[in-house]
Design a protein around this ligand. Structure first.
Ligand code: ADP
Length: 459
């Protein structure tokens, strides 16, 4: 067992990882920027080292400083969380060179599956369906036009190195394609340092269904069922649930098998997510793999009883998965609402600031993952996620009711949050029926959100 782990992250995920380490009797070393001095992860860790200025480029992305902290703190392993260096191949390699275990996949797996265009090619090789599109990256405008006409508009141009809903552009005709192609390449170069882009057919309002997988160093691999992440705004997830109300047991089996095939094709090690789009005729297509723990992992934990961070740590130590696919049992239903420091009344603008009053809900079936407390100042330098509310019930109806009850008793004062938005979703007749796709939020925002938010403000 590792004795000491460095957590190369901040916010709720750093707190989440520290909790599991404590339960396993592993000591923790936190790193933090000067903006995070008062952050909960710094208080909860056994030791904490300041690694630089608020800007991520001057702290959480500084490999040398994190590795120096690891040296000083004498840790055996580093957990990268999500974002920052979690999917950075150079960082995983640097850890290896320093003889520190990177809690995640090998650098090779990151290269194979982390690059979206490469991952598509791997899926094709494994016989897993992908969205119709280009074979590999496209650098030439004429070729881009030829492919777009062949697969027919609308199409989506994606950055191979993209992520977090960024680096994507939709085009409906030749003129918008050329513009989107040039802009996408330029933006990809600026944001990700890699101008590589590829083209896919743009599916009209599909569902986003992803499978949680685990692979060990001994060839063992399982999937832990799916999450439905179709409640998105601008390609960013806001609410996730497991299992998906859209999947029959037969479709779940087929998609799960496809996800596992991909994992086995590359011999993937650690936790990962295989993302699919599902169209209205129940055809599914692989879009990408995330080679890290994801924000929405708790809904899977709720319905399987598996602690995914613990499994990541066990796998990184070289232990075998203690169970096979038959032992994975899905029980009940879970919903996660992302509570962001954003103003849903004003285009979801980030609104960092001081939390004057913080009273999260509790009770049966409620889990809160958060780094906030009364008086905590949300810094403006990072993403706006301040809490995840995860509610669990015996079935979907119970999970929705528990979520609504918990949202009603979640009090945050001082800054606006997405809580009223989550309430509006939980009250929506189509959501209640499980009848939604990636176009849901746009429709909701056009009509229904306003009255609910107004009511909330009055109350
Ligand atoms: P990221 O890595 O930035 O999260 P993804 O490739 O996972 O990007 O896509 C994010 C979201 O964008 C999907 O959940 C879906 O809503 C939308 N999307 C991606 N590809 C397509 C496509 N080919 N057709 C329609 N929507 C898509």
């Amino acid at each position: 067992m590792f004795e000491r782990i460095l957590i190369a992250n901040r916010g709720e995920i750093a707190v989440r990882i520290i909790r599991t380490c404590k339960e396993l009797g592993i000591e923790t070393l936190a790193v933090y920027s000067t903006a995070d001095v008062d952050s909960l992860h710094v208080q909860l860790a056994d030791q904490a080292i300041c690694i630089g200025n608020p800007s991520p480029a001057e702290s959480y992305l500084m490999m040398d400083r994190i590795l120096s902290a690891a040296e000083v703190g004498d840790v055996e392993a580093i957990h990268p969380g999500y974002g920052f260096l979690a999917e950075n191949q150079q960082f995983a390699e640097a850890c290896e060179r320093c003889n520190i275990r990177f809690i995640g996949p090998t650098p090779d797996h990151m290269r194979l599956m982390g690059d979206k265009s490469e991952a598509r090619a791997t899926a094709v090789k494994a016989g897993v369906p992908v969205v119709p599109g280009s074979e590999g990256e496209i650098t030439d405008e004429k070729e881009a036009l030829r492919i777009a006409r062949e697969i027919e508009y609308p199409v989506i141009i994606k950055a191979s190195a993209g992520g977090g809903g960024r680096g994507m552009r939709v085009a409906h005709n030749d003129a918008s394609l050329l513009l989107a192609f040039r802009t996408a390449r330029r933006e990809a170069e600026q944001s990700f340092g890699n101008a590589g882009v590829y083209i896919e057919k743009y599916l009209e309002n599909p569902r986003h269904i992803e499978f949680q997988i685990l692979g060990d160093m001994h060839g063992g691999a399982v999937h832990l069922g799916e999450r439905d992440c179709s409640i998105q705004r601008r390609h960013q997830k806001l609410i996730e649930e497991a299992p998906s109300p859209a999947l029959s047991p037969e479709l779940r089996k087929r998609m799960g098998r496809a996800a596992l095939k991909l994992v086995q094709e590359v011999g993937y090690v650690s936790a990962g997510t295989i993302e699919f789009l599902l169209d209205a005729s129940n055809r599914f297509y692989f879009i990408e793999m995330n080679t890290r723990i994801q924000v929405e992992h708790p809904v899977t934990e709720a319905i399987t009883g598996v602690d995914l961070i613990r499994e990541q740590i066990r796998i990184a130590q070289g232990q075998k998965l203690g169970f096979d696919q038959r032992a994975v049992q899905i029980r009940g239903h879970a919903i996660e609402c992302r509570v962001n420091a954003e103003d849903p009344q004003n285009k979801f603008m980030p609104r960092p600031g001081r939390i004057d009053f913080w009273a999260p809900p509790g009770g049966r079936g409620v889990r809160i993952d958060s780094h906030c407390y009364n008086g905590y100042k949300v810094p403006p330098n990072y993403d706006s996620l301040i809490a995840k509310l995860i509610c669990f019930g015996d079935d979907r109806t119970e999970a929705v009711r528990t979520t609504l009850r918990a949202l009603d008793e979640f009090f945050v004062e001082g800054i606006p949050t997405t809580i009223p938005f989550a309430r509006a979703v939980m009250c929506d007749p189509n959501f209640i029926k499980g009848n939604y796709d990636t176009g849901f939020v746009e429709t909701l925002l056009r009509g229904q959100l306003d009255p609910v938010v107004r009511e909330e403000k009055r109350g």
